[in-house]
Design a binder for this molecule. Structure first.
Ligand code: CO
Length: 285
């Protein structure tokens, strides 16, 4: 049995994006700090409306997918095609930008806590120019499994197998076969899970620190840091003297060249220039 170990730590840094939303960025803070096919992970968390009220006004995307997972708060998503969707506490939106989307993501609250994540996942060359699509997931559509020693797993994408029970998340039809779990462990809690052995994977604790790896090689990971895992079949996580909550993400690497300019992620510089020209000419979508 080959258990994954902690290979690299990417500590998040405070930054802002959109209209000036304060957030913490781990993956994606530079183009070297990615994990194929994951391009970026942002965490936003604040009870101060000044930190989030400006939201993310109209902006484009081409060539990849954006996944928004809300823990607390209410955001309204609207795009140029007239699609709109409410994102509420515990819900998720999986947007496949494909050849293009112009959208806004705006807070629908003027006080209270706004907390959640936005993850960018790359698309393979053959899917970069497909039509945009959405999977909007209500909180009650996300299955939960209780862990035998306490704690709980929410399954946003992929398949969780725990204690003889198997449950599939609501996100379907993504070619990189992502696993996206939100796991909560009590003090001293333990979590063990199978990950497809040639998929890239990382863990992001957003509350409390944890330890990763087999007993003989356990390494600590602090909150608000992305822990990149070695290849292997199993993941083992141990909570210490703090309860912890973390995201587990895994997916099949695409292994293609990446050319990125802000919200356009393609394979070549020519394709980026085309995306910029298409956006300027109103032909992105
Ligand atoms: Co966006």
């Amino acid at each position: 049995m080959n258990t994954r170990t902690l290979q690299q730590v990417i500590r998040s840094i405070p930054t802002s994006d959109g209209g000036g939303v304060k957030l913490r960025r781990s993956l994606g803070q530079t183009q070297a700090l990615r994990l194929d096919p994951f391009l970026m992970l942002d965490e936003f968390s604040s009870s101060n409306a000044d930190d989030y009220i400006a939201g993310f006004p109209d902006h484009p995307h081409r060539g990849f997918e954006t996944v928004t997972y809300m823990l607390d708060g209410h955001m309204l998503h609207q795009d140029h095609l007239g699609n709109h969707g409410d994102l509420r506490s515990g819900g998720a939106q999986w947007m496949t930008a494909g050849r293009g989307i112009i959208h806004s993501e705006m807070p629908q609250q003027e006080s209270g806590r706004m907390r959640g994540f936005q993850l960018w996942i790359n698309l393979p060359a053959q899917e970069k120019m497909k039509p945009a699509s959405y999977q909007d997931i209500l909180p009650e559509e996300i299955p939960r499994l209780k862990l035998p020693g306490g704690g709980e797993v929410k399954i946003i994408a992929g398949i969780a197998e725990i204690d003889g029970k198997t449950l599939a998340g609501p996100i379907q039809g993504i070619s990189t076969e992502p696993l996206f779990l939100d796991v909560r462990l009590p003090v001293g809690g333990h979590f063990k899970h199978l990950i497809i052995k040639d998929h890239n994977a990382f863990v992001y604790p957003y509350e409390g620190r944890l330890e990763i790896g087999p007993v003989a090689n356990r390494l600590p990971l602090e909150a608000q840091s992305a822990g990149i895992l070695s290849m292997g079949e199993y993941l083992e996580i141990q909570a210490g003297d703090q309860a912890t909550a973390f995201l587990l993400l895994a997916a099949r690497p695409i292994r293609e060249p990446i050319a990125q300019y802000g919200p356009f992620v393609m394979n070549t510089r020519d394709e980026i220039e085309q995306a910029i020209a298409d956006y300027k000419n109103g032909q992105l979508v």
